[in-house]
Design a protein around this ligand. Structure first.
Ligand code: 3HC
Ligand code: NAI
Length: 690
């Protein structure tokens, strides 16, 4: 046997162990010896039962994703499962860590599954734009019923072992030494000598399936898929498990898998899987750079962001001291946090006792001295440089010397803030996204002087609270907001030349965004931009006119759209149309039809252009980091892999050509292609070294 698969014996029980760090993926060098081991043991009369388990931190976490998109080398997973299913002695999968994707499918080839109490089991292929291709959609319904299987496969969310036991996915859960318990289990099954029925031959859970109810649930899931093919293929395949004979359903699953794995959506989602892991790797921050221990977080400002950030930390069991400028503001902030948790309790996603525990993790104060024991303090006060500097001055005075200072600023110069404190090496930006307790993205802004250890601490902290960190450099708006601003720069001109907000937004939702730019402005509140423009002496004819009429967006029931009776559903408003048409007339612009292609060219192409400038300037280390920012912070459709991945599919040559066209037409800088974009147009790819 090779090192990746070993066989050991405990009396007449054979134990097959897969050892392929880090996650025991089913790479070719595992599949080949695993098949051989099972064939040998199946025919070995001295073996009464077989236990299949894994070394290291987890059971098999899936197929080897790096092998997708290349010709699959034999034996494939399904060949191994087919052999497992012919074995005439008890086969027992011993699951610890995570049994995911092909890993769980492998266990479905066994007669029995036993799990460690902390194990998690799931079929997350949908998150990679795939469906389980190793029989998961056909076998799982036979164990847990089609509706439960549909939910598990379309969501891709893993199940905890106790739940898996209660729904019939596993046969026993053990707290303690899994391997010896699994061996004991196998020995009992061998001694019982009962009949062994392969999962493929169990039909009782699918025989009486309510197809009408299944179809209704599948239709609801399809509605939510927003242009993604994989969830629909998952639902179709689970349906096949009910309506087709086993082998036919399996062949259909295979065909659906082959189609998805070679498609752009799955390529995009696989790109994002690896991009997310790459983003956590930062030049100069190796394993030798140790993060500082963080036992307590301080937060200054309990407004929209401060409150959300506080929740993000107490949710991750890190205690927080929350500081406001006065009692009233503090009480308001605490009341908002309490209300948010109460909504979760009412929805059933949080228990009263969990809420009480989280609220108990919060300490509220108006005295800076109470922050003295904090290891890291995040400032989330008004977006105003002088206010921020004043806050940091006070923090600098009370905090211990190695405590870290962080700003949640959206746009301000982190280096300027750092220059105002005595410990610039201990300062960085931690840019959370709203709502901060929900949104996964965290832009970690590295200042010129930020120490590697401070950066390592921020990266580790992000992981602890379940955020996806991307390290970015200092510039106006960092990666996300800077590109957002490029996306918006020509949007008003589109309206004045002939488009309407609902038309532009529809182009965005058809593209796969959860909402278009005008729905987003209404959600965020038009007054914020209006105030900023006034402060900078800038104007935006349409948005300014709306604000002058008290139309601030959703919060005032009207903005670019109308929101009737407190609803969040945006209704096109004839009044807004009249207003836009009046501005066109006033500027003597003859309105003309604006195509969907033009809308994309004048919003998304400038955004891509800005992304390449961000790369040229070294503000983002890699194009894939930009993709992670946009998918996790702004709702860029996952099936398109983020803006930079999508740009390559769209064609850099085409993007440059159309940007040049719009630059000629408008003379706006935002359309002037960057040097890097021109280079990418020559080869069709962004260069590896920028
Ligand atoms: N194939 C190849 N590499 C994988 C992998 C896989 N299935 N799963 C993880 N890795 C790699 C990661 O890229 C990472 O590599 P790096 O260190 O070089 O960056 C390394 O393993 C460790 O992964 P994580 O950093 O994600 O480790 P965590 O401990 O945080 O998480 C995990 C572990 C929960 C297993 C997580 O890695 C995960 O969710 N993996 C993917 C699971 C999955 O999607 N399985 C289904 C695959 S598709 C399939 O099985 C098709 C089948 O139906 C035919
Ligand atoms: P907010 O107005 O909701 O909250 C700011 C809070 O800071 C208020 O409660 C205020 O009382 C408090 N505050 C002001 N000065 C203070 C002081 N000197 N000491 C203590 N508390 C003080 O503002 P919001 O939206 O939470 O924004 C905060 C920061 O986060 C800003 O820098 C903003 O740019 C940034 N940000 C905002 C996002 C958003 O979507 N709202 C997203 C990401 C970052």
């Amino acid at each position: 046997m090779t090192e990746a698969v070993t066989i050991t014996r405990d009396g007449n029980i054979a134990v097959v162990t897969v050892d392929n760090p880090p996650v025991n993926a089913l790479s070719f060098h595992v599949r080949e010896p695993l098949l051989a081991a099972l064939e040998t043991l199946g025919g070995d009369a001295s073996v009464a039962a077989i236990v299949l388990g894994c070394a290291g931190r987890t059971f098999v976490a899936g197929a080897d994703i790096t092998e997708f998109g290349k010709p699959m080398r034999k034996p494939e997973l399904r060949d191994i499962i087919a052999v497992l299913e012919t074995i005439q002695k008890p086969t027992v999968a011993a699951i610890h860590g995570t049994a995911l994707g092909g890993g769980l499918e492998l266990t479905l080839g066994c007669h029995f599954r036993v799990a460690d109490v902390n194990a998690r089991l799931g079929l997350p292929e949908v998150k990679l734009g795939l469906l389980p291709g190793g029989g998961g959609t056909i076998r799982l319904p036979r164990l847990v019923g089609p509706e439960m299987a549909l939910k598990a496969i379309v969501s891709g969310t893993p199940m905890a072992a106790p739940e898996a036991l209660s729904v019939g996915l596993v046969d026993a859960v053990f707290d303690g030494d899994l391997l010896s318990n699994a061996i004991g289990f196998a020995r009992r099954k061998a001694a019982e000598g009962g009949s062994l029925v392969a999962v493929r031959d169990r039909s009782e859970r699918i025989a009486n399936a309510d197809l009408a109810r299944f179809d209704a649930e599948a239709a609801e899931l399809a509605r939510k898929a927003r242009g993604l093919e994989a969830p629909l293929a998952c639902a179709q395949s689970v349906r096949n498990a009910i309506t087709l004979p086993f082998d036919e359903a399996l062949a259909e699953e295979r065909a659906l898998f082959a189609k998805l794995v070679s498609g752009d959506q799955s390529r995009a989602q696989r790109h994002l899987f690896f991009a997310e892991r790459e983003a956590a790797k930062v030049a100069g921050i190796g394993k030798e750079v140790k993060p500082r221990p963080i036992a307590r977080i301080g937060i200054v400002g309990a407004g929209t962001m401060g409150g959300g950030i506080a929740m993000a930390f107490v949710n991750g069991a890190i205690p927080v001291t929350l500081l406001e400028m006065n009692r009233e503001a503090l009480d308001r902030g605490l009341a908002m946090i309490d209300k948010n948790y109460s909504i979760s309790v009412a929805r059933g996603s949080l228990t009263e006792s969990a809420k009480a525990k989280r609220m108990a993790g919060l300490t509220a104060t108006i005295n800076y001295a109470d922050l003295a024991d904090c290891d890291l303090v995040i400032e989330a006060v008004f977006e105003d440089m002088s206010v921020k500097k004043e806050v940091f001055g006070k923090l600098d005075a009370v905090l211990k010397p190695d405590a870290i200072l962080a700003t949640n600023t959206s746009y301000l110069d982190v280096n300027e803030i750092a220059a105002s404190v005595a410990r610039p090496e201990n300062l960085l930006g931690l840019h959370f996204f709203s709502p901060a307790n929900v949104m996964k993205l965290l832009e970690i802004v590295r200042g010129e002087q930020t120490a590697p250890e401070v950066l390592a601490t921020a990266l580790a902290l992000a992981k602890t609270i379940g955020k996806i960190p991307v390290v970015v450099g200092v510039c106006h708006g960092f990666v996300g907001n800077r590109m957002l601003s490029a996306r918006s720069r020509d949007a008003e001109a589109l309206l004045i030349e002939g488009a309407l907000p609902e038309q532009i937004d529809k182009v965005f939702t058809d593209f796969g965004w959860p909402m278009g730019p005008f729905q987003m402005y209404d959600l965020a509140g038009l007054d914020i931009g209006w105030r900023n423009r006034k402060a900078r002496g800038e104007t935006a004819a349409i948005a300014d006119a709306l604000c002058e009429q008290g139309r601030f967006g959703q919060k005032s029931g009207k903005g670019f759209y109308l929101y009737e009776g407190g609803s969040r559903i945006p209704l096109p408003d004839p009044h807004v149309r009249t207003l836009i048409e009046a501005i066109s007339a006033e500027r003597e612009i003859e309105r003309r039809p604006i195509s969907a292609a033009e809308i994309i060219e004048r919003t998304l192409y400038p955004m891509i252009n800005e992304g390449t400038k961000i790369l040229e300037e070294g503000i983002a280390a890699r194009a894939s980091d930009i993709d992670i920012v946009w998918v996790n912070g702004y709702g860029f459709p996952v099936g398109k892999g983020g803006p930079m991945f999508w740009a390559e599919l769209e064609g850099f040559g085409k993007i440059v050509e159309r940007l040049e066209h719009w630059h000629e037409q408008t003379a706006k800088d935002v359309f002037k292609p960057s040097r890097l974009l021109r280079r990418a147009a020559e080869t069709g790819k962004l260069p590896a070294n920028i």
